[in-house]
Write a protein that binds this ligand. Structure first.
Ligand SMILES: NC(=O)c1ccc[n+]([C@@H]2O[C@H](COP(=O)([O-])OP(=O)(O)OC[C@H]3O[C@@H](n4cnc5c(N)ncnc54)[C@H](OP(=O)(O)O)[C@@H]3O)[C@@H](O)[C@H]2O)c1
Length: 297
């Protein structure tokens, strides 16, 4: 199959390339940077801003992909609150352009979304629960979801939460940031009232690979197991890596005065994905074991 990955230089994009290459797929990548980070696997790489309608459509028509996995997005939640137009263009306009092109090429579109489409009043959430975003990032992801759902295309929406893993020159995830702080001996304050599960990128990429192989449609939640608050998550990471838990103190979300509101009781139920994609997602201990192994490679 010809598979196009948008955001192919990102954390998920890089992992998808290494997972999807095992299935004799022809892989294409699009990202903002001049060069592909993982180049040897790609059939073709395009340096392209997906907010540009004409160049996006031309590029996709040139490739003619069977499947487009749209991972490219702006993920900085507070930035999105302060720079709404930029957020809308990155998360919604890019999706609209991909939909326009896919209507001509007949491509299936897999869109990566977030638990931030929910308000965090009564998580963890299943695929059937009603979204109600409370910040602009969440609104932009839901708007893109809705655009795809109404497109008439063959679509799948994959919602995930607190993504982390090992990539080359990728944005700092919570885990990567925390490990850096603790290893430097810095103290950190972590919120104790944001609840959810977390996701090692390897589980997410494997789940998406199954969706491509099985041609699953609709919405799937993909995340690793274990539900806890962010402070507990931080302490578990410190314990696992034999770092000083005493450097971590707990605070509340409201004391941070961040520009964007955060869903507090979030989290994603993953039973549907495990059953229909024939997969078992990792526990936190298993995920951290993998992270440590990849970090030492
Ligand atoms: N990270 C999380 O905790 C989390 C949680 C839930 C859902 N998600 C979703 O998961 C997906 C993947 O996240 P990730 O952590 O892998 O993101 P990431 O590492 O930031 O990767 C996204 C990639 O897309 C590129 N990109 C952004 N805008 C673009 C545009 N207009 N045209 C072309 N390329 C563009 C970025 O380039 P630059 O780096 O140069 O901007 C980056 O290389 C996203 O859709 C995100 O919303 C993430």
């Amino acid at each position: 199959m010809k598979i196009l990955i948008t955001g192919s230089n990102g954390l998920l994009g890089q992992k998808l390339l290494s997972v999807l290459t095992k299935d004799t797929n022809e892989l294409y990548g699009i990202d903002l940077a001049d060069k592909a980070i993982v180049n040897n696997i790609l059939h073709q790489y395009e340096c392209l801003n997906l907010t540009n309608t004409k160049t996006t459509i031309d590029a996709i028509l040139g490739i003619g992909p069977d499947i487009i996995i749209h991972t490219a997005a702006t993920t900085a939640v507070d930035n999105c609150e302060q720079e709404k137009e930029l957020c809308w263009n990155s998360n919604v306009l890019t999706t609209e352009n991909i939909i326009k092109a896919s209507k001509k090429t007949g491509s299936k579109v897999i869109f990566i979304s977030s638990d931030y489409v929910f308000d965090g009043k009564n998580g963890p959430y299943s695929e059937e629960d009603l979204p109600n975003p409370i910040n602009y990032y969440g609104r932009s992801k839901l708007a893109a979801e809705n655009m795809l759902r109404g497109s008439g295309l063959n679509w799948t929406i994959v919602r995930t939460i607190v993504l982390y893993g090992i990539g080359i020159n990728t944005r700092s995830s919570f885990v990567t940031w925390l490990l850096r702080q603790l290893r430097t001996g810095n103290t950190v304050q972590i919120v104790n009232d944001q609840w959810g599960n977390t996701t090692i990128v390897d589980d997410l990429a494997t789940g998406i690979e199954r969706i491509t192989m099985l041609d699953r449609k609709g919405i799937y939640n993909i995340a690793s197991h274990d539900y806890m608050n962010r402070y507990e998550f931080a302490v578990k990471i410190a314990e696992f890596f034999d770092l000083d838990c005493g450097l971590i103190s707990s605070i509340t979300t409201s004391s941070l005065n961040q520009p964007a509101d955060r869903p507090l009781r979030s989290g994603l139920k993953v039973d549907k994905a495990e059953k229909e994609l024939y997969i078992s997602f990792r526990t936190l201990a298993e995920a951290l074991t993998l992270y440590k192994k990849l970090e030492n490679n």
